[in-house]
Ligand binder design. Sequence first.
Ligand code: ADP
Length: 361
Amino acid sequence: PPVKGSSETNGRGGASVGGKKGISGMVENAFRGSVQQPQAQRHGTSGDKGPGEELPEELKGCDPLLIERIEQEIIDRGDPVTFDDIAGLAFAKQTILELICWPMSRPDIFTGLRALPRGLLLFGPPGTGKTLIAKAIAHQSGATFFNISASSLTSKWIGEGEKLVRTLFRLAAYMSPSIVFIDEVDSLLCQRSADENEASRRMKTEFLVQLDGCGSAAAAARVLLVGATNRPQELDEAARRRFVKRLYIPLPEAEARHALIVLLLRTNNHQLTPQEIEQVVTRSRGFSGSDVHQLCTEAAMGPIRDMTAGLAGDITALAVADVPPIQFRHFLEALSTLRPSVSEKDLDTLLAWNDDFGTFS
Ligand code: ADP
């Protein structure tokens, strides 16, 4: 099958879904009678459909326009992410490989007790790689990646939330293996509050039903819901129970920060010695992966600032070859302006929740 998320499959609107079944095409045909170009097919149905083509059997009863919107706005065909792009997190990677990736790619071996769990929760401080992990799972197991943030469910999709959730899971089953990634899942599946409206209550119930898999086509299919949250303590008990596996994604330790800095510096000319890199690692204690990324970005601006200091902001005359390498002092300058974005208090809350509810094996 084509590589998920590769740039070849990145065309939006009309192209096949990641080189699988051409649902857009079928939707367009159903509605406009247009003829869609041939698509690579996984289940053996030809994509070269004639006018008046209807939705495939498995999606009968779904709203074709909603399917089309999901294809365009939720299916993520961004650049592929591999586990090698993710620094540190060895425990999470190994656990995910065994629990998720293997069952996804070998459902014939991973049956019964070994079957793919329905829900995986990734929790931890913001900017630690939760989204990257979900993308890497999709890529490594050749799954279609549905990416939606809970805040967009309660804003952009409000009004059709319940229907969207049902259609999303039907489509995910049809295009399986699939990962349905919900960022900020706590705001969707939080404990009941007095101001919760009827629409979001129904959407939440639908989610729980889908997670249980009862009566849904997703039950037999390889569809994994991956939720990410910085506030797992806000999830209610019903939601928590359905995320059978709950993995803590911590702040990067020194070794992981080191790996990340080396990874990021690879893309630019620099003159840091191994000892200086070690010092940056030490001084960035408490930084999240995203803070480290910001630190390196800021340091990389140093040489440009040095050069343009006398040019009054005019960079038109600069030659690429004239840009000096990034130096240790640029990192020191950047470090003096940045602070860790995660507080000790938030970390304590997360660690306590991990002790109570986290998955350790
Ligand atoms: P979140 O945990 O909030 O979902 P993301 O996965 O979106 O965080 O990470 C945000 C950014 O931070 C990434 O795009 C990447 O640049 C950087 N980053 C965070 N953690 C890592 C990591 N472990 N390895 C590589 N990059 C990371």
